[in-house]
Write a protein that binds this ligand. Sequence first.
Ligand SMILES: NC(=O)c1ccc[n+]([C@@H]2O[C@H](COP(=O)([O-])OP(=O)(O)OC[C@H]3O[C@@H](n4cnc5c(N)ncnc54)[C@H](O)[C@@H]3O)[C@@H](O)[C@H]2O)c1
Length: 354
Amino acid sequence: MIRIGIVGLGYWGPNLVRCFSELENCKVTAVCDQSHDQLLRITNRFPGVHPVENFETLLDCDMVDAVVIATPTSTHYKLARKALEHDLHVFVEKPLARTSDECRKLVDLANERNRVLFVGHVFLHSAPVLKLRELVQSGELGSINYISSRRLNLGPVRKDVSALFDLAPHDISMMLFLLGQTPESVTCSGLAHLNPGVHDVCNLTMQFAGNKIGMVHVSWLDPRKERVLTVVGDKKMAVYDDLEQEKIKIYDKGIDTAPPSTDFAEFQISYRYGGSYSPWVQEKEPLKAECSDFIRCIDDGDVPHTDGENGFQVTQVLEAAHKSLMQGGYPVRLSAPLSAPFIDAHVAEVLFEK
Ligand SMILES: NC(=O)c1ccc[n+]([C@@H]2O[C@H](COP(=O)([O-])OP(=O)(O)OC[C@H]3O[C@@H](n4cnc5c(N)ncnc54)[C@H](O)[C@@H]3O)[C@@H](O)[C@H]2O)c1
């Protein structure tokens, strides 16, 4: 039985406490928050869980084998490093840290200590995203031209990181997962309206090898909540709307081109209008699937597909995007983009079987 300690019981942490508490092969033994009120709220709901106000006390209490970190992003590196130094397995909410350098240090430390380092890229455990990946990998959508996404809402506004670092990790992680590549370069523009220096609306474009792009629009200032990701292939297109009941819709539409018949003729373009349908996708709470995968990896010694390396890749994109943002939207190249699939085929199999 793996004993879990959860730190950070604000907006998101209680969801993690609930999900881990509902799993059979682990037990939430301790919770930690520097706010007494937050602790009280959780211990009233989950009696029997040991409350602590100080993270060091949690690490030294000898009641946990793994810690789950759901504190603000600016604290992730420091807390995760301390937990790994105590030889604990670590789950860190997205993004893994604020810089790729910090992520690399955490990955190296986890390897050195032979501990699982897991990042909360929750959408990579969601059935619709696994379905999308299946559609991309099977070739049903054809060659992918671009992926675009909109993640908009009125807040919740953060103080320690921009909307880019708060919201875009979800979209970046999905796009890297779907394409099996990291981008070659990134451009980003945005503005800070509420809090000087903390961008509340951003547009990120990732350029991938093979003439593919990924476009992400994030905002804390939009009147309507949107969670939409569109994958445009040259055969079919798929739209994933997380707020709909039928989350994925496939459109059998496209544009075909025929080469010109003479040197001076124009390309022949024909529009293809087919039907649309929603494939069946098994309903499963992504957060619970994510928590379960963390425990499975500790039990089996498996490397999670949302491991520290995956956290590094996403943070590397965020870091390049932030540089571009600071330089007025100039393209920033990534140091070593991956153009080959970086996720083993067996990972997809394990996840699809679940
Ligand atoms: N996966 C998702 O969909 C999702 C959704 C929301 C938030 N998150 C992530 O969860 C994390 C927390 O976000 P939130 O919205 O819950 O933030 P929050 O500000 O509501 O809560 C953070 C809590 O951490 C506590 N805390 C801060 N530093 C601490 C420390 N050193 N020791 C103990 N407690 C400490 C605070 O008292 C607070 O209760 C962030 O990394 C965020 O990106 C993920």
